[in-house]
Design a protein around this ligand. Structure first.
Ligand code: SF4
Length: 64
């Protein structure tokens, strides 16, 4: 699983960080950083929740 974020869509509202702070971090510079682009299967449920709850639909999962 690889996390893909469309940074043109992301508005750094940190919804994803609230769900998975070990994977997503919005820093003081107001940009989103992906701390772990390739989390394991154990994290899939949380990442899918991020995908669903991102208000900008900026997150997707690539399985490659
Ligand atoms: S929830 Fe979506 S819009 Fe908000 S910081 Fe995460 S990727 Fe960006």
């Amino acid at each position: 699983m690889r996390i893909v974020v469309d940074f043109d869509l992301c508005e750094s509202n940190a919804v994803c960080m609230q769900i998975a702070p070990d994977i997503f971090e919005v820093r003081d510079d107001d940009f989103l950083y992906i701390l772990n682009e390739t989390p394991g299967e154990a994290d899939r449920e949380r990442v899918e929740e991020c995908v669903q709850r991102c208000p900008k639909q900026a997150i997707s999962i690539a399985d490659d």
